[in-house]
Design a protein around this ligand. Structure first.
Ligand SMILES: [Zn+2]
Length: 505
């Protein structure tokens, strides 16, 4: 599995580096490009009319040369095949295909079944339940899925572990579990478009909705142009164009799980209302297309637009010292430079390996990041207090931490200094201080001190009731322990920088 990953990421990075030159030339002509990512959660496997809506939308967009991303539920792909919708499967070849779980709202949904599980159990359970739908989707559409996004707000961090092994490079959805100031970000090494500032759409009720949406689009476009460019995220469900109520709301609300034989079809719109929905949407797309240089991008194109250039770098001793100084001044956090960003876990890995060479009194060699990026800790943080240890014990522990990262592909959640335990946060701050204090000559301090430290990116992960706002959840559903696990994975959080910012200048 490790070898597979390494080969995959090397090929991916090679492709990115080939793409770099071409895209940078295009970006130079316009330093603030605005892209539209248009995506459809394609999930209603109960109402056959939603198939017709899907066909009309996909056909219209193909004719307008506006490629979209259809995130399709496994069961939806299977019913399209059963209903012999070759017309739909053919037109989808002109778009992008993503994955949207095996059964969407059939209970239990992902957040529910992931909530009592730790990291490894959760990854395995998500894999067990959802992988068969991905296989079906890819077989039926003939395409590898470019992205994944959860049903409703049924999000869990363990999904990311499965996406890594499925080699799905992009998370595309909307929600508030993790957000980074409305920007795209990296989390667990997956490029994530979630909780973006500019997530907009037109409602489908005719000219009033359209006029409002046009003004909103214009405003988003202006803001992005002024702030260096970026992405506008627009999403729909094909079923919205034909139903009067969501297919899952009428069957699976508040934890309900009726047998298939009693699934009800949702009420539908009148023929006139369906026509209004389509024409409102179509006029909106034509309006968007009227903006000069606007481009529609699919999820498949996002990794080339937001490459992780940190993975292509070698970090010199001077750069490692600069990174350590930033830890001293700003604590355990991601770091952002013009051309690349580093997550706290990447900083942890670089500085620990740097300290190892210093402790061994070896010359520092340029260091590279792991591919794929290492994960954060998967256990909860140990209680923190002030601890002192000898230089010799620190050296042995540093060696053990480096071995751990190599074999487990994550940073340890508990770090042992002989019989005393410290958190990785505390260890990182002390390690940054150690590499700085031993400049220019390796010193020999009598005692190495560890003090409590805070994981700052954890504040970008929400843990309250508001994130579980979905009618399909059982009443009062919450997942406080699982969201603590999500906070631990914020070790891997960092901004995703657009290519025109990193190489276009
Ligand atoms: Zn959905």
């Amino acid at each position: 599995m490790r070898i597979g990953h390494t080969v995959f990421f090397s090929v991916f990075l090679l492709v990115v580096s080939i793409l770099l030159s071409g895209t940078s030339v295009a970006a130079k002509g316009d330093s603030s490009p605005v892209y539209v990512i248009l995506w459809f959660d394609t999930e209603d496997f109960i109402l056959p009319e939603s198939d017709d809506a899907l066909l009309r939308i996909a056909t219209f967009l193909a004719e307008e040369s506006a490629p979209a991303t259809f995130k399709i539920v496994g069961e939806k792909a299977r019913v399209l095949k059963e209903r012999d919708r070759k017309d739909i499967l053919t037109i989808l070849k002109r778009h992008d295909v993503g994955y949207h779980t095996n059964f969407h709202s059939v209970q239990p949904t992902p957040a529910l079944y992931l909530s009592p599980l730790g990291w490894e159990e959760g990854v395995a359970e998500f894999q067990r339940r959802e992988y068969p739908g991905l296989v079906d989707l890819q077989r039926i559409t003939g395409r590898p899925a470019s992205c994944y996004g959860q049903p409703g707000s049924s999000w869990g961090p363990q999904q990311y572990g499965a996406l890594r092994s499925w080699r799905i490079p992009v998370y595309l959805d909307d929600g508030s579990h993790v957000s980074l100031d409305g920007r795209p970000f990296w989390y667990d090494g997956i490029l994530t478009f979630y909780s973006l500032t500019h997530t907009i759409r037109t409602e489908l009720g005719g000219s009033n909705d359209l006029e409002h949406a046009k003004a909103e689009f214009q405003e988003a476009h202006r803001e992005l142009k002024e702030s260096g460019g970026g992405v506008i995220s627009i999403y729909y469900h094909p079923c919205e164009f034909v139903h009067a109520e969501f297919w899952d709301g009428v069957n699976f609300s508040e934890g309900a799980n009726p047998p298939r034989s009693t699934w009800k079809k949702p009420p539908v719109k009148s023929a006139e209302e369906v026509e209004t929905a389509h024409t409102t949407f179509e006029d909106y797309i034509r309006f968007i297309k009227s903006f000069p240089k606007i481009r529609f991008k699919t999820a498949r194109m996002l990794p080339a637009l937001y490459p992780d250039l940190a993975l292509l770098r070698s970090f010199s001793e001077a750069e490692l010292l600069e990174i350590a100084r930033a830890v001293e001044s700003r604590g355990v956090n991601y770091q952002e430079q013009q051309r690349f960003s580093l997550s706290a876990s990447e900083i942890f890995s670089l500085l620990t390996r740097f300290a190892e060479t210093k402790l061994a009194d070896e010359p520092a060699t340029p260091l590279q990041l792991e591919r794929p990026p290492i994960l954060g800790p998967i256990n909860l943080q140990p209680a923190q207090r002030v601890i002192g240890t000898s230089l010799n014990q620190y050296e042995r522990t540093v060696q053990d931490v480096v071995r751990f990262m190599k074999s487990e592909e994550r940073i340890p959640g508990t770090i042992w200094l002989g019989s005393q335990v410290v958190s990785p946060e505390s260890f990182l701050v002390t390690t940054a201080r150690y590499v700085l204090d031993t400049q220019p000559d390796p010193g020999n301090p009598a005692e190495i001190l560890f003090e409590p430290a805070e994981l700052r990116p954890a504040k970008h992960v929400k843990n309250d009731k508001s994130i579980w706002d979905w009618v399909i959840f059982p009443p009062n559903f919450e997942a406080p322990e699982m969201m603590e696990l999500a906070k631990r994975q914020s070790w891997t959080l960092k901004p995703a920088l657009p290519i025109w910012q990193t190489v276009g200048k």
